[in-house]
Design a protein around this ligand. Structure first.
Ligand SMILES: Cc1cc2nc3c(=O)[nH]c(=O)nc-3n(C[C@H](O)[C@H](O)[C@H](O)COP(=O)(O)OP(=O)(O)OC[C@H]3O[C@@H](n4cnc5c(N)ncnc54)[C@H](O)[C@@H]3O)c2cc1C
Length: 562
């Protein structure tokens, strides 16, 4: 492996399809350079950070004063600098000098995806900084924007302030409405008091976006306001304290801390008591980041498994000679590529929903579908990142379990992706909320039926039986989904939640199947093979065959023979 970007034609194709020609030409060259960096130096530094160079809390200075500083190793700091300088956060909000216009999330998430092949732990600070930039850009006063935004968007032109988003408290992360941290009004600012229990990027960030409750504010999420808390000045004045850094299973690059605010100076962002709603918008962004990171881990796990299998011999043959190995690799490749296609569709939609792509405004329907896609794809990709990492370990046999190989780190880093940014249960509740409020299942079904008709109408030079059979399967799944939701709707509210995960998974499978069919209809021979393997694996059709589909297409998909 020399360049994750060059060796991923599917990513390049997606970016090319979604960016205007001049933007693509520039992005292609940038991604090429960053791909090489991730495959080389960033990957090496990530291994060091994980094993020997984890962040450390410096609690006291040499005179015994409490300082709450965080030590980061030099290699990690270099990765931070090089990555922000690509404009991964900055160019969503400011012009790319070479092009004279802003970038977008499609470009930034392509960088993010490459980064997570090598250093998923650092994806978290990137996501936090993206969320911070969004919140300041959209909701902060003009004076706060002027003072802080250029630093959050820094690309080497000024001092960088990374971001942080502090919601979770000791009594609960999912139940944000139970938050207790207080904000007290002073003349031109607020003082923040209380504890935050999981504060990622603590000690590394320049600004933290903190949810806190004003005196007399309503209970629950309706009483939370958002504050911008400058880190360094509060730390230097002893107004915030890091109690400890968490000793974590994975993503060790990012310092995650327990924080105590003792009157830290903060500035209100937007209106009082609206903080939770602003944060939810930013959370959508972090959830998409989570999906993209998961896909990067999936791709790296697949590449590691494939390369090992191509070189390792057992019983006188390369592992890739064996049908069970071929099956695993074909199915992993198919799932990863279809899921990447699906997630980049969501990223492109996000550009419109978040107002980055101003050419076509997102409709109300699209905004609702966006929330649905974010919830389902966050869950599915996170689960798959764990499964792929497990499969990569399995393919390596004993070596896969040994820290000389990247495989254990992939599994450890993947494990958090199902937890932070909302667990599967919490996101199933979001899907039920969308069903209850907007009948999202109907909107989704209508949209998917339209896409199925287009696929059928547009197939040119393809054996129609190949597509028609799958269209029937998916149409029947859509009817089943609608019937199921109708039945669940009649149940008491609490019992409905029992079915939330099942419904979400069904929507995910239908959505990805349609992406697979579209990939088939407009794709080349390899993309068609990918789509077929994906659909066969998911719906388990024609299980007993002399030449099963994953084996039939192994050479085309995995061994690279067309
Ligand atoms: C490494 C790391 C870094 C983090 N960094 C940050 C950060 O920077 N900022 C931040 O704000 N937070 C951060 N978090 C916190 C993270 O967002 C929370 O851990 C997560 O939201 C879950 O909250 P919790 O841990 O309190 O679990 P809980 O909310 O206690 O949930 C425990 C379990 O109960 C389930 N559950 C809860 N409610 C329901 C329900 N109504 N129905 C069904 N099941 C339910 C959940 O799905 C979960 O499985 C971080 C967490 C980790 C692990």
């Amino acid at each position: 492996m020399t360049n994750f970007y060059k060796e991923d034609p599917n990513l390049r194709r997606l970016i090319k399809e979604r960016l205007p020609a001049d933007f693509f030409e520039w992005a292609d060259s940038e991604l090429n350079q960053f791909g090489a960096l991730c495959t080389g130096e960033i990957d090496k530094r990530a291994a060091h950070t994980d094993r020997e160079g984890q962040p450390k809390l410096i609690r006291y200075d040499k005179m015994g004063n409490e300082v709450s500083q965080v030590w980061l190793n030099e290699g990690y700091k270099k990765t931070v600098e090089e990555t922000y300088n690509t404009g991964i956060v900055g160019y969503v909000h400011k012009d790319i000098p070479a092009l004279g216009h802003k970038g977008n999330y499609v470009y930034s998430y392509a960088q993010n995806y490459l980064l997570s092949h090598a250093e998923p732990g650092f994806d978290c600070p990137i996501a936090l900084t993206m969320a911070t930039a969004y919140l300041i850009d959209h909701y902060a006063s003009e004076s706060l924007r002027e003072k802080f935004l250029p630093h959050v968007l820094a690309t080497g032109d000024t001092e960088l302030y990374e971001g942080a988003t502090l919601l979770t408290e000791r009594q609960g992360g999912s139940d944000v409405g139970a938050n207790e941290v207080k904000a007290v009004k002073e003349e031109d600012h607020y003082q923040i008091y209380g504890e935050k229990y999981f504060a990622s990027n603590a000690g590394a960030c320049g600004v933290a976006m903190v949810l806190a409750r004003l005196d007399g504010a309503p209970e629950g999420t309706k009483g939370l306001s958002l504050f911008l808390v400058p880190w360094e000045e509060n730390r230097a004045e002893g107004l915030l304290r890091i109690r400890r850094l968490k000793d974590k299973l994975g993503v060790r690059a990012v310092p995650s801390a327990e924080i105590e605010f003792t009157g830290a100076k903060g500035y209100l962002v937007g209106e009082e008591n609206q903080g939770f709603y602003y944060m939810i918008e930013a959370l959508n962004l972090s959830r998409v980041s989570n999906a993209v990171s998961s896909l990067g881990i999936m791709r790296r796990a697949y590449l590691e498994a494939r390369n090992y299998a191509m070189n390792r011999e057992a019983f006188g043959n390369k592992l890739t000679h064996y049908p069970m190995v071929q099956e695993t690799l074909s199915k992993l490749a198919a799932k990863q590529e279809i899921e990447l296609n699906a997630v980049f569709e969501v990223v492109a939609l996000m550009d419109r929903v978040m107002g980055v792509d101003t050419k076509v405004k997102a409709s109300d329907k699209e905004r609702i579908l966006f929330r649905l896609y974010v919830a389902i794809m966050k869950v599915e990709t996170a689960e798959q990142a764990i499964r792929f990492s497990h499969e990569a370990i399995e393919m390596h046999g004993g070596n896969g379990f040994i820290e000389d190989f990247v495989t254990p780190r992939l599994l450890r880093d993947a494990q958090v992706l199902t937890v932070w940014e909302g667990t599967e249960n919490i996101l199933a509740l979001e899907v039920l909320r969308l069903i209850g409020k907007y009948h999202v299942e109907q909107i989704f079904a209508e949209e998917m039926k339209g896409r199925l008709s287009t696929v059928q109408a547009e197939q040119i030079g393809i054996d129609p039986s190949k597509i028609t059979a799958w269209v029937k399967v998916i149409e029947s799944e859509l009817s089943h989904l609608i019937e199921r939701v109708e039945a669940v709707r009649t149940l008491p509210k609490d019992t409905q939640t029992y079915y939330g995960k099942g419904i979400s998974k069904q929507i995910t499978d239908i959505f990805e199947s349609i992406v697979a069919l579209e990939t088939f209809a407009k794709g080349d021979k390899r993309q068609q093979a990918i789509s077929e393997v994906f659909l066969h694996d998911l719906w388990k059709r024609n299980e007993f065959q002399e030449n099963p589909v994953p084996l039939e297409h192994f050479d085309t998909i995995v061994a690279g023979k067309q």
